[in-house]
Design a protein around this ligand. Structure first.
Ligand code: PMV
Length: 350
C-alpha cells in the first residue's frame, strides 16, 4: 500500500536558547547517557536561530546537507552536522532520503566564550523532528518535545535540556517521576521567587575551550573521585529540589557554588589534570562572596567548563548587583564584555 506523504518539500525554523547547569552533568557512558542527573536553568537571550528547508524523495537514498552559518558557508560545521545527521537516521529514517539546506545564527558572538552547542543542537533537533512530522504526520501528543530532547542529547548532552523553559532536569532520578537518561523533563514546581532569575555572564576569556567537553567527560572514567561525585550529584539534586520549592536562597546559593567548584575539582583531579579557571575567575568569586556578606544580596556564582563566571541573582536585587558588577567586576572581563541574561521560556518557532 502506498504511504501517504504530507509534505515532500517544506520549511521549518526554530529559535532555541542555551542553558546553564546548576547541578552539573560531568561524565557519560554509552551513547551520550549521563553518569548523573543534572538540572539547568534555560536562558532567554543567548540563542541559536536555525532555519531548515527540506526536500524529501522517498526511496531515493541520496541524502545531502548544505549548511550556512551567519550567512557564510561553514564547511567545518557542515561536516559535524553531516556526521550527526548520519548518526541519528535510525531515529528519523526519512533523513536517508532527504536533501537539507540549513542556515543558522547565534544572538551571541561566536567567540564570546559561550558554548553554542546546547542552543544549536537543540534548534537543529527541533527542526528535524518537526520536519519529520511534516513528512510523516504528527507524533503522539506531547512526543515532539520528548523526541527533540533525545535528538538534541545525541548531538550534545546538555542540549537535551534546552528544549524546555525555566528549570529542566535530565537524567533518571527518583526525585522526578518520569525523568530519564534519554531525555530532559521540565521542572514545574518551584518558588515564584525564582521567576526571572537573572544571569549575568562575565566573559573572563573568549575563544576556544582549552580542553573539549568530550575529553573532559571521558576523563571521569578514570577519575579517582568519580564514584563519590556521582553520589554527591544525586544528593545535591535532591536538596536543590527542596530548595527550589521552598524558595530558600541561602540553600540555593550554597548548592550552585558547591556544584561549580566540584565540576572544576573533577577537572583538576583528572589524570591528566587541568585548570580552566583563570586569576580573574578567582578574583570574581572572592568579590562576589564579599559583596554578598556585606549587603545580603541574593547572588551566587556558577561556572561552566571554562573561565567565565555566571552570576545568578534575584531580579529584585538587580540594581544593586549591576552597580557592583560595574564598579568591581567589569575589570576582570575581557574587553569589559558580559552578557546580561535571565531565565527564559524555551524554544520558539520562527
Ligand atoms: O553537553 P556537553 O557535552 O558539552 O557537556 C556539558 C557539560 C557542562 O556544561 C560542564 C555541564 C552541564 O551540565 O551543562
Amino acid at each position: 500500500m502506498e504511504e501517504k506523504y504530507r509534505n515532500n518539500v517544506g520549511y521549518v525554523g526554530w529559535s532555541c536558547p542555551s542553558n546553564i547547569a546548576l547541578i552539573k552533568y560531568w561524565g557519560k557512558r554509552s551513547v551520550q547517557l549521563p553518569l548523573n542527573p543534572s538540572l539547568s536553568m534555560t536562558l532567554k537571550k543567548a540563542r541559536t536561530m536555525t532555519r531548515l528547508e527540506f526536500d524529501y524523495h522517498p526511496n531515493n537514498h541520496n541524502p545531502s546537507v548544505h549548511f550556512r552559518f551567519e550567512g557564510n558557508d561553514a564547511p567545518a560545521f557542515e561536516d559535524r552536522i553531516i556526521k550527526f545527521i548520519k548518526s541519528i537516521d535510525s531515529y528519523i529514517p526519512a533523513l536517508a532520503d532527504t536533501t537539507l539546506r540549513i542556515e543558522s545564527e547565534n544572538t551571541f558572538p561566536h567567540s564570546s566564550g559561550i558554548a553554542s552547542s546546547a542552543s544549536s543542537m537543540a534548534a537543529l533537533a527541533m527542526c528535524l523532528v518537526q520536519m519529520e512530522e511534516k513528512i510523516k504526520g504528527p507524533l503522539a501528543p506531547g512526543k515532539l518535545l520528548e523526541k527533540a530532547s533525545i535528538i538534541a542529547r545525541l548531538g550534545s548532552g546538555s542540549a537535551s535540556r534546552s528544549i524546555y523553559p525555566n528549570f529542566v532536569v535530565w537524567g533518571a532520578t527518583d526525585d522526578w517521576a518520569g525523568s530519564s537518561d534519554e531525555y530532559a523533563l521540565p521542572v514545574t514546581d518551584y518558588h515564584e521567587d525564582y521567576n526571572q532569575l537573572c544571569d549575568t555572564i562575565l566573559i573572563v576569556e573568549s575563544g576556544q575551550k582549552k580542553v573539549s567537553s568530550s575529553v573532559g567527560h571521558s576523563l571521569m572514567d578514570t577519575n579517582p573521585f568519580s564514584k563519590s561525585r556521582i553520589i554527591q550529584a544525586r544528593q545535591n539534586l535532591s536538596t536543590l529540589k527542596t530548595v527550589l520549592t521552598e524558595g530558600d536562597w541561602d540553600g540555593f546559593i550554597a548548592l550552585i557554588e558547591l556544584e561549580a567548584l566540584t565540576l572544576h575539582a573533577m577537572m583538576m583531579t583528572s589524570q591528566p589534570g587541568y585548570v580552566l579557571m583563570l586569576p580573574g575567575t578567582l578574583s570574581i568569586i572572592e568579590k562576589v562572596r564579599e559583596f554578598r556578606n556585606d549587603t545580603g544580596c541574593r547572588i551566587g556564582f556558577t561556572l561552566d567548563a571554562g573561565a567565565n563566571v555566571h552570576l545568578l541573582y534575584a531580579s529584585g536585587d538587580a540594581d544593586k548587583v549591576n552597580g557592583f558588577i560595574n564598579a568591581e567586576l567589569v575589570t576582570f572581563c575581557e574587553d569589559g564584555r558580559m552578557i546580561m541574561d535571565q531565565m527564559g521560556k524555551g524554544p520558539s518557532a520562527l
